[in-house]
Structures are given as structure tokens and as C-alpha cells.
Design a protein around this ligand. Structure first.
Ligand SMILES: C[S@@+](CC[C@H](N)C(=O)[O-])C[C@H]1O[C@@H](n2cnc3c(N)ncnc32)[C@H](O)[C@@H]1O
Length: 117
């Protein structure tokens, strides 16, 4: 599993690394302190079966994540978006998803939505 975070908000890198260590899954998780857009340029051959988008929640941030990462998800793979139903003005998850993924079958539970690619 790959995870990337700029650690500019919410959780420090030290806390993340401690959580990973405590999970017992450390050998399977590759954590990078990098923006999701910069990370998208490495390992272009990587096949992604499950993509979880929970980074920069602005409309522009989510749009960039969709543009950079969705093409890398294998057919039949799943993409999950956090905070789709958050209606605060600065949060643009729903607008970006609805614009860019219109017509797809969306499943939802609590604050998450997911769809197949
Ligand atoms: C709502 S938090 C979720 C954190 C983590 N997924 C969790 O559930 O603990 C959003 C995270 O996105 C990070 N972030 C903000 N802009 C980012 C970007 N351009 N690329 C990658 N991560 C970003 C923030 O540092 C923050 O930790």
C-alpha cells in the first residue's frame, strides 16, 4: 500500500509513522511526504486496484487528484472519496466528483462514496 501526505494539516508525519508501526503492517505500507500530484509522476507502471482520495479537499485539489490518479486505476478497480457530503464552502469534493465522474454509479456510506472505474 502507498500513502502520501504533505502533513500540512491534521496529522504529523511522526504520528502517521507511529500509527503504521502500531498497525503491524509497516512492511506493506510505503509512506511518502509529498503532494499527491508530485507523487503521481513516479512508478508510472504501478497498477492501482483501490484508490482512496482524502487529501486536499478543495474543488481544485480533488479535481487534480482525479486527473492524476484515476487513469492509473485498473479496470474494475475502486476509487473512494472521503467527505463527499461535507457541505462547508471550502470543501469541493462533491462538485469535483459530480463534474468529472458524471453518469457513473456511485455507492455511499456515511461520509464516503465509492465507484468502480
Ligand atoms: C482530512 S486529512 C486526512 C488524513 C488521513 N487520510 C487520515 O484519515 O488520517 C487530509 C490530509 O491531506 C493532506 N494534504 C493536503 N494537501 C495535500 C496534497 N496536495 N497532497 C497530499 N496530501 C495533502 C493534509 O496534510 C491532511 O493530512
Amino acid at each position: 500500500m502507498w500513502t502520501m501526505d504533505t502533513h500540512t494539516f491534521y496529522e504529523s508525519e511522526a504520528q502517521l509513522r507511529s500509527n503504521i508501526k502500531n498497525s503491524g503492517l509497516g512492511e506493506r505500507i510505503r509512506a511518502q511526504t509529498v503532494s499527491s500530484v508530485d507523487a503521481a509522476t513516479v512508478d508510472a507502471g504501478l497498477e492501482i486496484r483501490m484508490l482512496y482520495i482524502d487529501g486536499l479537499h478543495t474543488y481544485e485539489g480533488v479535481k487534480a487528484d482525479i486527473e492524476n490518479w484515476l487513469p492509473r486505476v485498473v479496470p474494475g478497480g475502486v476509487v473512494v472519496f472521503d467527505d463527499y457530503y461535507d457541505e462547508r464552502p471550502a470543501i469541493g469534493v462533491r462538485r469535483a466528483v459530480d463534474e468529472m465522474l458524471a453518469g457513473r454509479e456511485i455507492h455511499s456510506q456515511d461520509h464516503l462514496i465509492w465507484l468502480r472505474v
